[in-house]
Design a protein around this ligand. Structure first.
Ligand SMILES: CC(C)(COP(=O)(O)OP(=O)(O)OC[C@H]1O[C@@H](n2cnc3c(N)ncnc32)[C@H](O)[C@@H]1OP(=O)(O)O)[C@@H](O)C(=O)NCCC(=O)NCCS
Length: 171
């Protein structure tokens, strides 16, 4: 499936994709509530699109099936949200979205990708670890990631961790 930068006209389709994606959490009893958690708004998606920091995986009709949005934090590229519609999960779209965004980040000269995620959910931290992300101990956190994890703790999110993938600077 092709991956392309999102356009403003895609934005209204993305909240439903995030909602659909989150249904995956219904299979994890202690996290089933995530399935009905608030998702990013159309306005928030437009904000990412205006900055050129939102990518979509699309079907043959160019309709989004999944998205990845990011922000520049502490000189790295932070992956804010990755979602693939429930009906299209497990077909490689999530992996491909990360690969495309990682290649873009390398070309832009970013030295790291970061994210926060659930430690023990199979399609969260273990998946990112297979892609080369390393979990950071709370003591290693600083700047944005430290604030983000503190914010998530304050919200009562259980079992979260921050992860980082260093991107070598081209010679
Ligand atoms: C995480 C997510 C975006 C991955 O997208 P995807 O298109 O399903 O992922 P892929 O098909 O590329 O598979 C990615 C890996 O996750 C694993 N995976 C996907 N769904 C899984 C499931 N339900 N159970 C166990 N592993 C799963 C795959 O085995 C694969 O591992 P591998 O490539 O290392 O062998 C998608 O599952 C999703 O939207 N989940 C709900 C939202 C979410 O958790 N977002 C991430 C927040 S940090």
């Amino acid at each position: 499936m092709p991956i392309r930068p999102a356009r403003p006209q895609d934005a209204h389709l993305l909240p439903a994709i995030e909602q659909s994606a989150a249904e995956a959490f219904l299979s994890v009893e202690r996290l089933a509530w995530v399935a009905t958690h608030q998702v990013l708004s159309v306005e928030e998606h437009l904000g990412f699109i205006n900055k050129g920091l939102l990518w979509v995986a699309v079907d043959e009709q160019d309709q989004p099936l999944g998205f990845l949005c990011a922000s520049v934090q502490d000189g790295g590229l932070h992956l804010d949200e990755l979602s693939v519609a429930r009906s299209h999960q497990g077909q490689g779209l999530g992996r491909e979205l990360i690969a495309v965004v990682e290649a873009w980040a390398r070309a832009q000269g970013f030295t790291a990708l970061t994210l926060t995620t659930f430690k023990d959910v199979p399609w969260n931290a273990p998946f990112y670890a297979r892609l080369g992300f390393v979990a950071l101990d709370d003591g290693q956190l600083q700047g944005f990631l430290q604030q983000q994890i503190a914010h998530e703790h304050a919200l009562g999110l259980p079992g979260r961790c921050a992860m980082r993938k260093a991107l070598p600077v081209p010679a």
